[in-house]
Design a binder for this molecule. Structure first.
Ligand code: FES
Ligand SMILES: [Fe+2]
Length: 398
């Protein structure tokens, strides 16, 4: 038996202490492995929070859709005729068939269920239901698809499943201001890599957002030009973290007018400040959304938790407007994909290794370095979300 096996009540008590603590301790290891904690996370972190489902460029024109499974909810993100974005349930209002048949993306005039051909508009209204005229009490208006509350933040689409989350502007507005030079809404997805089910907890993924591990996991890839010691934490309000991983001075390239820039042959996004031109920006709106930004490219990690110790992961490459249709796009995309694949393979080794360690009887709470301020902010936020009573939730709508 594990020497320090705590039940869910004891784990919540440990989190309550953590939420108010000033120390640099990690979360208790068992919160990364527990089915009971996962059930509480669904109720206290994910359903009341904002969960990332896509980017506006994935549904660029009217009729485009993308199916996505989020926390057990089959959803479809659509762009309607008037250009508006919607996030609908894929559960048919007739007899619960997945109207997209499980997955898919593309462009359609309407959404049609493959089971009995009920047809829905791109905003969810039921348009046609064959052979239903003789059914007493049936009115099409009563059988729209469920519409999830959504918001678009900096070009990314988020859903709030229970409808109670405060506006994204209140949670992440300051970060949006700090990132405004990038003009993120105009960037577009140009390539996606589906990694599928990955065997580590969503919080292990978030923890891995620090740059301290460049020293070990990426000692031969990132550390030589993006050393751990050069990470700078931007101010945050506790609902997100924003980091800038600085480039070693000797690795910086010379850009237009002799300006030092992030090493790349591509022209940087215009309008960035000195720090943004010479760093990798890492943005983490909580609970589980991650983007990594160079002046010439963005990696978006689409993370869908599946249960304790399991996520579904896709990495997407996005480019800024001036590079989307620039010459040599195949070579540009394959170069980025090669780099991000090599680095992610190093991250797989450590994330899987951490998850195995978390499940061992010898796992104890650890201590964080000053280079892991991101982990400390995330752990406090998580502990607050998990332990606030429903009447005193730190974030309420408004
Ligand atoms: S279940 Fe969708 S039309 Fe019957
Ligand atoms: Fe990493």
């Amino acid at each position: 038996m594990r020497p320090e096996t705590l039940d869910a009540t004891e784990l919540l008590e440990a989190l309550r202490v953590h939420a108010d603590s000033d120390d640099w301790g990690t979360l208790p290891p068992q919160v990364y492995c527990s089915e009971e904690i996962w059930d509480l996370e669904l109720a206290r972190v994910f359903r009341p929070g904002w969960v990332n489902v896509g980017h506006v460029s994935e549904v660029p024109t009217a009729g485009c859709f993308k199916a996505v499974d989020v926390l057990g909810e089959p959803m479809v993100m659509t762009r309607a005729r008037d250009g508006s974005i919607h996030v609908l349930s894929r559960v048919c209002s007739h007899r619960w068939m997945d109207i997209c048949g499980g997955s898919g993306a593309g462009s359609v005039p309407s959404l049609q269920c493959p089971y009995h051909r009920w047809t829905f508009g791109l905003q969810g209204a039921l348009r046609a239901a064959p052979e239903m005229d003789e059914t007493p009490g049936f009115y099409k208006a009563d059988y729209s698809l469920h519409v999830f509350r959504h918001e678009v933040w900096e070009g990314f689409v988020f859903v709030n499943i229970d409808g109670s989350a405060p506006p994204t502007a209140r949670l992440w507005g300051e970060m949006g201001q700090q990132l405004s030079n990038y003009g993120l809404s105009d960037w577009a997805v140009v390539h996606s890599i589906p990694w599928g089910e990955s065997h580590w907890d969503w919080k292990v993924f978030m923890d891995n957002g620090e740059c301290y591990h460049h020293l070990g996991a990426h000692h031969d890839t990132l550390e030589p030009f993006m050393p751990a010691r050069l990470v700078v934490d931007a101010p945050d309000n506790g609902d997100y973290t924003l980091l800038y991983a600085g480039i070693a001075p000797e690795a910086l390239a010379e850009g237009e007018g002799g300006q030092l820039v992030y090493p790349s042959t591509d022209r940087p996004t215009p309008g960035l400040d000195d720090q943004q031109r010479t760093s990798l920006g890492l943005a983490y709106p909580f609970p589980n959304y991650v983007i990594a930004l160079t002046p010439q490219a963005m990696i978006w990690f689409e993370v869908h938790p599946l249960g304790p110790g399991r996520i579904d992961l896709t990495t997407h490459l996005l480019l800024p407007p001036h590079l989307i249709d620039a010459p040599d796009s195949d070579a540009r995309v394959s170069g980025h994909v090669e780099t991000l694949t090599a680095i992610h393979e190093q991250d797989i080794l450590v994330c899987e290794g951490v998850q195995r360690g978390l499940q061992a009887s010898a796992a104890r709470p650890g201590m964080l370095s000053h280079l892991e301020r991101h982990n400390r902010t995330f752990a406090r936020w998580y502990a607050r979300q998990m332990t606030a009573s429903s009447t005193e939730r730190p974030d309420s709508p408004g």
